[in-house]
Design a binder for this molecule. Structure first.
Ligand SMILES: [Fe+2]
Length: 251
């Protein structure tokens, strides 16, 4: 499986606190069946002031760490970018780390505030699309506006946003309201990928398999694999130039 949203890089956001925890999280990801991950630390002005360059440097060190510890996890890097006006500057300056590409457009993992869908999001989405960047909205099922009213997500879908649902939400690990919204998103065919959003080995572990199995009961086996294997690979193949073998087809 391929995880497109996780916080495994040590010490640069609220994910892995140190090298030891970062190694533990990578081991757990591999044990769960994750072979490839795009590491997505927060870029959130004033809270996590990461940049393309700082994330690149952390990724290089992390790659070496995985080799040293013989952990067979292939990693690329991008970011989970919090909604802000500075995105309008970062695009022309080519400072936005991209998850990859979808139908020829760059894919940006965009984080909205958990509390609501802010005014201006639709305008930002239109502006990004005009600049050939497709926003992928991170965990809409956990947004409180969406939890109050599922229809709040529809304008973003109609504009062409992609949606990343957190695997743990489908499995019920973020509470019943988030699970119900995750199910609705799945049943409405609005989910592009499931991802772990892993932060911590106990509280938020890299667990993609349980969410996939829960999704399978709702949308069928083949569609569930699309969300953890085929769609993530379609987006992020630029990070992993070597062939990725589906476990079910491995000989
Ligand atoms: Fe995240």
């Amino acid at each position: 499986m391929i995880d497109l949203h996780c916080h495994l890089l040590p010490g640069i956001d609220d994910g892995a606190r140190n090298v030891e925890q970062a190694v533990t999280l990578a081991r757990l990801a591999v044990e769960d069946g994750i072979s490839h991950a795009v590491l997505t630390p927060h870029i959130h002005i004033g809270r996590y002031d990461n940049s393309l360059l700082s994330i690149h440097r952390a990724w290089k060190k992390y790659q070496a760490l995985l080799v040293k510890h013989h952990i067979p996890l292939q990693v690329g890097y991008a970011a989970e970018v919090h909604f802000c006006a500075q995105i309008l500057d970062w695009v022309p300056e080519q400072k936005l780390p991209l998850l990859g590409y979808w139908e020829g457009e760059g894919v940006l993992l965009l984080e909205l505030p958990h509390s609501h869908i802010p005014v201006g999001v639709e305008e930002l989405v239109c502006w990004l699309l005009k600049h050939r960047i497709r926003p992928m909205i991170a965990h809409p099922e956990r947004n409180r506006d969406v939890i109050r009213d599922f229809d709040k997500v529809l304008p973003l879908a109609e504009l062409g946003c992609l949606f990343q649902v957190t695997a743990g939400s489908v499995a019920g690990q973020f509470g019943e309201p988030a699970r119900l919204r995750a199910i609705q998103l799945l049943q409405n065919k609005l989910v592009t990928v499931l991802a772990t959003d892993a932060h911590h080995e106990l509280r938020r572990p890299p667990n993609l398999s349980e969410g996939r199995r829960a999704a399978e009961t709702l949308i069928g086996e083949s569609a569930s694999w699309d969300l953890v294997q085929n769609n993530p690979l379609r987006i992020a193949s630029c990070h992993f130039p070597l062939k990725v073998v589906h476990p079910a087809t491995e000989t």
